[in-house]
Design a protein around this ligand. Sequence first.
Ligand code: SF4
Ligand code: SF4
Length: 369
Amino acid sequence: MIRVSRVRCPDYGGAAAAVSRAVELLGAAGLAGRGEPLLVKPNLLSAHPPGAAVTTHPAVVDAVLAVAADLGARAVVADSPGLGSARRVARASGIAAVCRRHGVPVVDLGRSEPVTVSGPTYRSLVLARDAVEARWLWNLPKWKTHTMMGLTLGVKNLYGCVPGKRKIAVHFRAGRSARAFARQLLDIEAVLRPRLTVLDGVVAMDGPGPGRGRPLAVGLVLASTDAPALDWVAAGLSGIEPETVPTVAESRLSGRLDPDAVEAVGDPAEPVRFEPAPGSPCDWRLPGPLKRWVGEAVSPEPRFDPDACTGCGVCVDACPAGALELARPPRLDSAACIRCYCCQELCPTGAARVPGRRWPGRTTTGEDR
Ligand code: SF4
Ligand code: SF4
């Protein structure tokens, strides 16, 4: 059986004890090697303070680095953010201060040499050499809703191991298919095989995640040696049908995940109602498989609020399809848009938005409950 541990943690003051217990409950040997390098990969999406719930909370990173120190590993904290350098995002999120205390460097995977690897489905995937060659890799996702992927959990967090602008190619290859994007993420997971995944769900995010949602107190830390198994348990606890989350659905379809082989241990936990990200595959009141197929076919295009737009051009730079022309607000080529929602994810002002679905979707815009 593959264990997924669930530990109650009502606030970040208890993160050290919760993480330590979550790891112990796995009963797993060989999480890292004494004196050997360990790459710790939090979610450093973009520069936000810890209270915004965009990035992995520094208290969780602190607790994980303490576990690594106990095992005698030589840790680095590394990511390639969607926007900004890893050091800048680490500073804003409070993670840089934690790293300094532990004497652990922050490494920008965006500057790491790109290497081409093969996964079970895709013959060429470009990843950061530092991540591919890491002797040990620990994965620290933040529990958040996600417009394209429904939820971002353990498997999705590894997307940050694609260096810098190389991320654009992953989206472009998938086009409008969330399933094709999910299959690439599962290939990345298969190549990197993080030895440990610890999910920060003390304060999660729902609504228009992963960059502009609302903090949601869930009070849980989850851990596993298997990221897809952890995602399966977390999706079920999100009050969202797991099958509507493309990474979870594809991990089942590909045989990577066998839910019957997953054993949840630790504290009992009831599902929490996450409000789906507007426009996400979970934002349909249809049975799970239909949600995925129908949702992909009619996913809404992003809209741009002229009053909130500063004309900064971040969305234009981030757009994998070249579907945006710089203006204030940007002009969208609807036919070219692949509905990846990178523009919404990275817009610093919240001017890029994805409208909620109309019938038979929810009518929420994500601003209300
Ligand atoms: S929509 Fe957002 S990211 Fe795009 S130009 Fe306007 S403010 Fe910048
Ligand atoms: S306009 Fe936005 S949603 Fe459309 S392809 Fe570009 S980044 Fe993706």
